[in-house]
Design a binder for this molecule. Structure first.
Ligand code: ASP
Ligand code: MG
Length: 256
């Protein structure tokens, strides 16, 4: 069995998997870590815009709202992206296998459209990693103890990634996005925005509550609970991004 220090989780957001070219760019980050001999688990969001489309589709179908069926519908966005991402990895010569939440068994409560993760079974993931297979996990989704599909709320793939990283005792959870890290304000809106190199969990939760959309708040809370460093960085460069961790000691130890 690999030691915990050998595993990292890489999560790619919607804009990072928006088309095949971007997925290939994202897959280069997987290849870089994999080639260093690290065990890599990948978590993907739906391709950009797909979740909104699915929500609109469900809402336009009937007058009432059926949250449990909405989750079955909306979770398909990630089913598409994890299958394609896995195909792309295979084409690059990396062994990989896609997983939906219920296949791993990411168990959640039954709070449909905003469920919380209760437990993650790690057996299949650890066995893949040990065999140098990269599991490509559909973010944002889980399953209730009695087998119903759930989703984790908007931006929930971050929470999937951090929870998987905590369960696998990974050394870091890398969150790949379309900006080079966490900024003092949104760099897409304000050109004077400054990148933050290090930020504590508490400050990150605060930033997220103020509306910074870079990480789902729940993902930061889980990272804090397990003292797991998060590295928010751009898919489109190899630069170091923002490290979210507990303190300076932890930060200086954080592998980047
Ligand atoms: N696809 C979901 C959303 O758009 C989850 C995520 O991207 O994190 O909210
Ligand atoms: Mg997001």
């Amino acid at each position: 069995m690999r030691g915990k220090d050998d595993i990292i989780v890489q999560k790619f957001g919607g804009t990072s998997v928006a088309n095949f070219e971007r997925m290939r760019r994202a897959a280069e980050h997987v290849k870089r870590a994999y080639s260093k001999g690290l065990g890599v688990a990948v978590v993907v969001s739906a391709m950009a815009g797909e979740t909104d489309k699915l929500i609109n589709l469900g809402r336009s179908a009937v007058k009432s709202t059926y949250d449990d069926e909405m989750d079955v519908l909306v979770s398909t966005g990630e089913q598409v992206s994890c299958a394609i991402f896995s195909m792309i990895l295979r084409e690059m010569g990396i062994k990989s296998k896609s997983y939906l939440g219920h296949q791993i068994r990411i168990i959640t409560d039954s709070n449909y459209t905003n469920a919380r993760i209760i437990k993650i079974e790690t057996e299949k993931l650890l066995s893949d990693i040990q065999q140098k297979i990269v599991p490509v996990i559909a973010g944002f989704q889980g399953v209730t103890p009695d087998g119903r599909i759930t989703t984790l709320g908007r931006g929930g793939s971050d929470t999937t990634a951090v929870a998987i990283a905590a369960a696998l005792k990974a050394k870091v959870c890398e969150i790949y996005t379309d900006v080079p890290g966490v900024f003092t304000t949104d760099p897409n809106l304000v050109s004077s925005a400054r990148k933050i190199n290090f930020i504590s969990y508490e400050e990150m939760v605060e930033l997220a509550s103020l509306g910074a959309k870079v990480l789902q708040i729940r993902s930061v809370e889980i990272a804090a609970r397990f003292n797991l460093p998060i590295h928010v960085r751009s898919t489109f460069s190899d630069e170091t991004g923002t490290i979210v961790a507990s303190d300076i000691n932890k930060i200086s130890e954080t592998p980047i």
